[in-house]
Design a protein around this ligand. Structure first.
Ligand code: NI
Length: 166
């Protein structure tokens, strides 16, 4: 059981849309994603981090790594699309299971609408703000081959968790 780390070429690729819903293949990927999320306690996880180049993410749920995440249930979102609801930007610290031990300060939209599908192919549409909106933007970035260090504006605010003054 392993999660790909920064440097693996697959993490730099755009992942493909899911076309078949209600399939054993898709169920298998989703099951794996949820299992890894639980084991490694990410605030979210994207299929390409497991070496699967499909547009599938999970987010939410309790995690020790991010106590601010609250107690929302873990959710799956397929072929997600994010649209900002305002120009408001918030700076916040991010980490990533594919960039272990490091954190960086990243700007994200504070308010977003996200749409996509569940495993059965039902459409999902909802709004998110703050930490949840940040996680969604981070995970959707994975589907486009973008890791959070690419979003850092000031590398004075990037480094090892143990060294940073947050
Ligand atoms: Ni990540």
């Amino acid at each position: 059981m392993t999660i790909l780390r920064m440097g693996h070429p697959l993490l730099n690729c755009r992942s493909e849309e899911v076309l078949d819903f209600n399939s054993p293949d898709l169920d298998g990927i989703v099951e794996q994603l949820l299992e890894y999320r639980d084991r490694f306690e990410g605030a979210g996880l994207a299929a390409p981090q497991l070496g699967i180049a499909k547009r599938i993410i999970c987010f939410g749920g309790k995690t020790k790594r991010y106590p601010e995440a609250g107690a929302s249930p873990v959710r799956i979102l397929i072929n997600p699309i994010i649209e900002p609801l305002s120009d408001e930007i918030e700076s916040g610290w991010e980490g990533c299971l594919s960039v272990p031990g490091l954190r960086g300060l990243v700007d994200r939209f504070e308010y977003i609408r996200y749409t996509g599908f569940d495993v059965a192919g039902n459409q999902i549409s909802a709004e998110a703000s703050g930490f949840e909106a940040r996680v969604l933007q981070h995970e959707v970035d994975h589907l486009d081959g973008i890791l959070f260090p690419k979003r850092i504006k000031d590398f004075a605010h990037f480094g090892f968790e143990e060294e940073l003054v947050i």
